[in-house]
Ligand binder design. Structure first.
Ligand SMILES: Nc1ncnc2c1ncn2[C@@H]1O[C@H](COP(=O)(O)OP(=O)(O)OP(=O)(O)O)[C@@H](O)[C@H]1O
Ligand SMILES: Nc1ncnc2c1ncn2[C@@H]1O[C@H](COP(=O)(O)OP(=O)(O)OP(=O)(O)O)[C@@H](O)[C@H]1O
Ligand SMILES: [Mg+2]
Ligand SMILES: [Mg+2]
Lengths: 256, 256
């Protein structure tokens, strides 16, 4: 059955989508069958893979709120072994509309159960909040990867995120575990980056990934071409870092 | 009565907090009485101003959910003419708890009415979402400033944000208007930044601020010292940009 991994952090702009998309493409290229679930109403993962949101029949909103079977919402991308469940702006309504729905936290978990056997890995890109969309992702996932930007303000919310993960683990999903913490946007020109890495290493001594993703303009340029870094500039510093990260993911997930 | 300005954008990490804090300190130094409202459960504006969250008696959560008078939640900072209503992680609960509260969108507007006459400007820092905390800020505000990062993924959500602002204007707060759009984290090393600025200029021809804030490490370092850029490094490129922006804000708000 698929390894289901959520990319979560309520701090905005820390590299959740970039990490999800980069890893999805690399794992699919390595031969694994990958499903990418875009659980962020901004739909950045959807557009980073070059999909046209207007052309989609069903999206994650239909699955969570209208009970449409997730198999019907799975869109094939033009990359072999990589499928996507897309998000559109309407998904923003789910945060409020789900509040009064029975089993509201389990909607995504139940939906994914239908297709999990068709994939080796499912990656869920979360929005920058700890609302019901992220809780759904954490309830559906067995693992969570926490991207943390190497900046001071990004440290602040980590405690709150860990508390939320523990809460989901205790009440909704006992098998959830923090697969690792990925440091992103490391800028060698400032001591601040090193200080943040050291602080996080103290907080998560065994879980911090060896790979540290540098700040690299090529990573910001890639989505404007609908490409992941592996397709846009694989040998850039950002491209090499995400290759190394994908290798670490294969190891930690014990993918065959 | 105070000019109430919300800093809003559901895209994460675009510079909402940095813009709110930089502007608050500069306006207070220019002689205006300023209230900063931190409406983000991450509490980045609270810590960027160097306040200790453990030492606060009341916070925004108490005002929105328990009906505590906002005057009791106002904390003085060590900067003359600059007060703050702080946020702590518990505020994250408000997004769900407010759903069933009567007049849920108007809680902040009603609370601010009590103290608006004591200030020239109120700045509200929003979380990276379009949930009830941001809707409360947009309902309380007369103006909204939209920081937009000069990167491709940041363009995607702008349409959705404008739709939400229009919705609030039509249903909840007819006096709401977009004061302007501030381009942030401009990186001269990539054509992408210029392309994004041109795209936004086409979308908001009259509202884009003349100031474009460059990407500058000093801005990321300042909050780790509990200082705004004006206090940490006023003559850095980021410091000069935010000084120019504060001047534009004084003009557009017609502050005496
Ligand atoms: N290592 C990096 N170096 C430089 N730019 C990066 C890097 N990683 C991501 N970016 C860029 O920074 C911005 C934020 O990254 P991204 O959108 O992946 O973060 P996010 O956590 O998904 O944001 P949100 O909280 O809004 O969902 C994007 O424009 C992205 O292209
Ligand atoms: N112009 C800039 N140049 C470089 N770094 C910046 C700039 N503006 C802000 N930063 C840094 O980038 C990060 C994101 O900025 P900030 O936290 O202000 O964004 P935000 O929109 O408030 O994020 P969130 O969506 O999480 O609330 C912070 O670490 C901040 O210090
Ligand atoms: Mg994202
Ligand atoms: Mg912020």
């Amino acid at each position: 059955v698929a390894a289901i991994v959520a990319l979560a952090n309520q701090k905005g702009g820390v590299g959740k989508t970039t990490t999800a998309v980069s890893t999805a493409v690399l794992l699919a290229r390595a031969g694994y069958r990958v499903l990418m679930v875009d659980a962020d109403p901004q739909g950045n993962a959807t557009s980073s893979l070059g999909l046209d949101k207007q052309a989609l029949l069903y999206t994650l909103y239909d699955v969570l709120l209208d009970g449409v079977g997730i198999a019907r919402a799975v869109a094939v991308t033009d990359r072999p072994r990589l499928d996507l469940v897309a998000a559109t702006p309407g998904l923003a309504g789910a945060e409020v509309e789900l509040v009064t729905v029975p089993e509201r936290e389990h909607r995504l978990a139940r939906a994914l159960a239908e297709v999990a056997d068709r994939y080796d890995v499912v990656l869920i890109d979360c929005p920058p909040s700890l609302g019901l969309l992220t809780v759904n992702a954490l309830t559906a996932a067995r693992h969570v990867v926490i991207p943390i930007q190497c900046e001071f303000l990004a440290l602040e919310g980590v405690g709150q995120l860990v508390t939320s993960i523990d809460l989901v683990k205790r009440r909704l999903n006992p098998s959830l575990d923090v697969l690792g913490v990925l440091m992103t946007m490391f800028d060698a020109r400032t001591r601040l980056s090193t200080q943040v890495v050291e602080e996080v290493r103290r907080f998560f001594p065994e879980r911090i990934f060896a790979t540290i993703v540098p700040r690299s303009i090529r990573l910001a340029e890639a989505p404007s071409f609908g490409q992941s870094i592996a397709e846009y500039d694989a040998t850039s510093r950002g491209g090499l870092a995400y290759r190394a990260f994908a290798e670490e993911m294969i190891g930690r997930l014990r993918l065959r």
